[in-house]
Write a protein that binds this ligand. Structure first.
Ligand code: ATP
Ligand code: MG
Length: 618
């Protein structure tokens, strides 16, 4: 079945090819061997057919049976070699192609992990996934088939045309005319079909996107009684897809029968004219037999040649997208300050140690050996200016400080910029102005991995991975023992609900924890952060879905955990942060107020309004 492909032409095919060649370069030997075997199999095919002429003329017509047997044996060897080569290059190519693609996939994934969050903000999941699925598939397909088929079709088409001319130059005029006609048809049909194919793909994507949204938004659809309206929308998109699909398949389906019919006519005309030539004594019967087999064989490789060229183009544009993603600027990390474990000596000095002592220090490289700065958890913002997108400031000159061991709470209305401040401490995004220091060291000087190791964050939109509960909690620190994991779970008050699950800690979590309640997911996230034993804790709305009684219980657990640690808490339920050392009220990207609960209440400002539930109207 002929397949029509859409392909967006690669923008810079040469550059992409060169880049792809670098991946192929690692497998030069295998690819060269493949090419040789493809050429041999193509030539064996062409030569085998050509041999019909001497076989008929020298052995069949004169009736030389022993000679015929020898010649047939020779032909059998020839075809045998061809078949072996075909088998050989197919196997070798499949293996090589898979190796190359696995390597590209690996590089792409490694690269994706290094991309800054801003890159993901600007793209849909679908777009990113499409590189891993569609684009990689296109490259695989091309490597698996197109590489060999292109060489093979080329060898066979050229070989056939040469042989036709050698066998009978005058007769080949007919064939070449037909081949030209077929080529013209293939190109024309391909172009028309591709338009509809492109339309079909677009409609398919739109239908799939719709279905995906409906599946994800099932509850909302049902609760708002949107089934009927959504079904109508689905039917509309379905119908558009049907129309485009019919046209596209129509063109695709026309290709092979038309080419085959043309080749039959070609064959018939060649046979008639050739027969007349033989009768007139212009050519011999051996040449004609061999010639006619060539005519029969000529159509398919031509078809293949054009089709593979399309596959190759779509692979190139896929590869181009993959490489573009690999070329994205990775997260900048110019930091050279690292986090190390230290032991406090009796004289008060610190020495680096491999053991977990609960004490950490920043190791700052200096000319006269490294300097150790104790990790205290002192975080300061100096006039920080930041926006997610250029030209739209979210934080406008934020200054704040968190002293070691303090519990700092951020409160403020929705969209005020609380999570944004956290995103800057973890250095998910780069600030545009001002500076942030951590224990007196500029955040940019600290190696990102180490910075993040010093923090444990329960993010607002927490995520659980497919795996058991045990594995999900251990995600916080892979070396944690089962006992430590369970201790963390007890601390987060998650232990009792986990034990009630049918398989306890070994219960599988699927689809981002769909089989758990929202609050249970948060408990797991807290346990995960606790097991990491970090010097600095960040809890962004970590208990927003947890009942108030459990929240209090967690509070007690967290209090033990927080001892001696710097903690940042974001909470909408203000009573949970009443005991914080400092409460910062964030409003419109600025720190409006700072103080303890009592101080802020006494001020009767914004905090007072938030706490007493009064709005600005009052
Ligand atoms: N990834 C992002 N890209 C662009 N804008 C963003 C992004 N994340 C947040 N914003 C914008 O930044 C502003 C502050 O958002 P932020 O998440 O910091 O608010 P918040 O104080 O944490 O609110 P909430 O209490 O609802 O969690 C909002 O106006 C939001 O629209
Ligand atoms: Mg938030």
């Amino acid at each position: 079945m002929a397949r029509l492909m859409t392909y967006k032409r690669p923008k810079d095919a040469k550059k992409t090819l060169r880049r792809l060649a670098r991946y192929l370069g690692g497998h030069k030997g295998a690819l060269a061997l493949v090419a040789v075997m493809v050429v041999v199999s193509g030539l064996a095919n062409v030569t085998g057919t050509y041999l019909l002429k001497p076989v008929i003329n020298q052995f069949i017509v004169p009736g030389d049976l022993p000679g015929l047997a020898r010649a047939v044996a020779a032909m059998a060897v020839m075809y045998g070699v061809g078949a072996l080569c075909t088998l050989g290059y197919n196997q070798l190519m499949v293996r090589t192609a898979q190796k190359i693609v696995a390597q590209i996939r690996g590089d792409l994934f490694a690269r994706t992990q290094k991309l800054p969050l801003a890159y993901f903000d600007a793209r849909t999941h679908g777009e990113l996934m499409s590189s891993f699925t569609n684009d990689i598939d296109a490259v695989t397909e091309a490597l698996n088939n197109s590489f060999t088929l292109l060489i093979q079709s080329f060898v066979v088409v050229t070989g056939t045309i040469v042989m036709l001319i050698v066998l009978n130059a005058r007769l080949s005029a007919i064939v070449i005319a037909f081949l030209a006609l077929m080529l013209a048809f293939i190109l024309y049909n391909g172009r028309r079909g591709r338009q509809y194919y492109a339309q079909q793909q677009k409609n398919l994507a739109s239908l799939n996107g719709f279905v995906e949204e409906m599946v994800a938004g099932q509850k909302v659809e049902k609760v708002f009684n949107h089934e009927e309206a959504d079904f109508e929308e689905f039917c509309r998109r379905n119908e558009a897809l049907r129309k485009a699909g019919t046209k596209a398949a129509g063109y695709a389906g026309m290709m092979v029968p038309t080419v085959v019919s043309l080749s039959y006519v070609n064959y018939a005309v060649s046979a008639c004219v050739g027969g007349l030539f033989v009768l007139a004594g212009v050519t011999d019967i051996g040449s004609l037999s061999s010639y006619l087999v060539f005519v029969r064989q000529s159509a398919m490789p031509l078809n293949q040649l054009t089709q593979q060229a399309n596959f190759l183009m779509s692979a190139l544009s896929g590869a181009e997208r993959i490489f573009a993603m690999m070329d994205e600027e990775p997260e900048v990390d110019e930091g050279d300050v690292t986090l190390v474990r230290v032991r406090q000596e009796e004289d008060g000095s610190m020495t680096e140690t491999a053991q977990y002592t609960g004490r950490f220090a920043w190791k700052c490289p200096a000319e006269d050996g490294a300097r150790l700065v104790p990790l205290r958890g002192d975080v300061r913002f100096h006039d920080v200016v930041f926006g997610y997108t250029p030209g739209k400031k979210i934080l406008d000159g934020v200054s704040l400080y968190a002293e070691p061991g303090q519990e700092i709470a951020f409160v403020g209305s929705t969209g005020a910029g609380k999570t944004t401040i956290i995103n800057l401490i973890t250095r998910f995004y780069e600030i545009q102005g001002g500076s942030i220091t951590y224990d007196g060291i500029d955040l940019r000087q600290i190696r990102k991995d180490d910075l993040r190791r010093s923090l444990s964050v329960v993010v607002q939109d927490t995520h659980l991975f497919t795996g058991t509960i045990l594995e999900n909690i251990r995600y916080g620190r892979l070396t944690a023992t089962d006992e430590e994991v369970m201790a963390a779970a007890r601390l987060a008050n998650a232990d009792s609900f986990i034990r009630r699950l049918p398989e306890g800690y070994n219960t599988m979590i699927s689809g981002d924890g769909d089989n758990l309640s929202q609050g249970q997911r948060q408990l797991l996230a807290i346990a995960r952060a606790a097991v990491a034993r970090p010097p600095v804790f960040i809890l962004d709305e970590a208990t927003s879905s947890i009942d108030t009684r459990t929240e209090k219980l967690i509070g007690q657990g967290l209090d033990t955990l927080m001892e001696g640690r710097t903690v940042f808490v974001i909470a909408h339920r203000l009573y949970t942060v009443r005991n914080a050392d400092a409460i910062l009220v964030v409003e419109g990207g600025r720190i409006m107020e700072r103080g303890s609960h009592d101080e802020l209440l006494a001020q009767r400002g914004r905090y007072y309004q938030l706490y007493t539930g009064m709005t600005q109207l009052t």
